[in-house]
Ligand binder design. Sequence first.
Ligand code: ADP
Length: 339
Amino acid sequence: MDATGTPDAPAPPAMIRLTGVAKTYPDGTRAVQDLDLEVRAGELVCLVGPSGCGKSTTLKMVNRLIEPTSGTIEVDGDDVTHADPVALRRSIGYVIQQVGLFPHRTVEANVMTVPRMLGRGLRRGRRADADRARELLELVGLDPAVHAGRYPHELSGGQRQRVGVARALAADPPVLLMDEPFGAVDPVVRLRLQDEFLRLQRDLGKTVLLVTHDIDEAVRLGDRVAVFGAGGRLAQYATPADLLAHPADDFVADFVGSTSGLRRLRVTTVDPALLEPLDGVRASDLGAAVDVGATLEEALAAMLRDDRPMIGIRDGVRFLGVLTPTGVHRTLRASLRTD
Ligand code: ADP
């Protein structure tokens, strides 16, 4: 069992490792202090915390936009302080809130900026280059026939953000750094972009370090969440479920907030061991069934939608049992237990 309480299979190797990292700006501001943080290959880790607690500084030290005052930072086993900063930045995708697209270049040219700089576009030829741009736009949910030839000002905020993600993926870097990537769009678009990004990440399996000030976004997206406190102190590093169930101190408890119970519904899945049998249940009491992989929030939402006091849980075509509101409570309680 590791520090996050995850038993079994050996963890993938670390792709990003910060050891004893500190950053003090020339004016004396201590932005980050004594930070140890490891991100495994293929993991999506969110850095979250109030404004000014050192999240962006941490992110920018990984691709050397900012130099640490002390400590070591390794990416894929190499100490980044010995890497050529330009080559490093090209091998690490970087997505920022304001996107930073070139206004006078088309969407296609924007997406292919890095591969063209690296000379890969030219080697492959213009046709292959355009094909790759089209593929990337489709990947992020934009229709290339409509959008490839447009300029950034002809896109919505959400579309610009998607182009930013496509551009970061263009050189196929193993690591993506994202600084408030969904911060500049309205809440509905934001949720959609988060969902799309999660789907994309499931397919691509990049190692992602993502900064957000929004705890909901962090627990929604992160495999693990690092909560930063004042003065760039790492207050807790845990899975979303563990973080919400066991805040390490008052600061974290306060930051995850009084609605953390609702958030926990979102990150806790139905437990087949805590279902009730179907025997004696009247068909009229039973709502539509949901899959055993569903979260408690999805199960509860289905119960409310069908206006029924219980919901069936299935595993494919197999019926596993019945979940009631009491069962939801028991499942949440059980997920609190440490073992
Ligand atoms: P966050 O991303 O969590 O909002 P930052 O990493 O941007 O926090 O900033 C951490 C602290 O460092 C803040 O107090 C901020 O004012 C300070 N800071 C950031 N950049 C600089 C800089 N270039 N010079 C001096 N202080 C800075």
